[in-house]
Design a protein around this ligand. Sequence first.
Ligand code: C5P
Length: 222
Amino acid sequence: MVPQSLVGKKVTITAGPTVEAIDPVRFLSNHSTGKMGFALARACRDAGAEVTLIAGGKVDLTTPLDVQRVNVLSANDMLQAASQSAAAGCDIFIATAAVADYRTRDAAPQKIKKTQDEMTLDLVKNPDILATISHTYPDMFMVGFAAETQDVEKYARGKLASKDLDMIACNDVSRKDIGFASDENAMTVFFADKYQQEPEALDKASKDDIAQQLVALIGNTI
Ligand code: C5P
């Protein structure tokens, strides 16, 4: 049973991949399914929060009951939706989305024909949604996710500082049995120095279980 730790709190969650158009029929994206973000939306709702869930790309998951869902495609769309949700009032921002690092500079207006033997895509960096919201709203409780294969603590602490986060949950993506499309996950959670809280290891469990543990940690920290 999750304690009613987020009663009266407004939570915004980003989930899933983003989709960056190449032309009207092709895109750049990744394998994120949105499962972790949707599990967190359910857990936050069950803890009494009012939840806005911004789902990117082509997430094919049922919208949790009593959760406000906003569908977007690209990173720029996700940033716009996240900014709107933050401006409308938000206490906790949880970024689980696997945002594409780059997008095409200009999506072709018509389908690109295969007339050349080689082609080059001109890519530009996407905005960092989490860092943008965090730097705009310094009092908002910010939770990030990170996928690392090595030096987990070093990279986690680096992201806590550079993105001005309160908490970051890291998973080891070199493990085949957890992450992305899996129904299970295992994480280590690191906290900003000001909380003087030791890292918490969450053992392999269902994403719903991990989400409930993360919500309990957020409730105890905020
Ligand atoms: O820098 P990195 O991609 O490892 O950071 C991961 C965290 O930052 C995740 O919480 C992710 O949702 C968020 N992020 C974001 N916008 C980006 C890249 C990452 O919100 N463009």
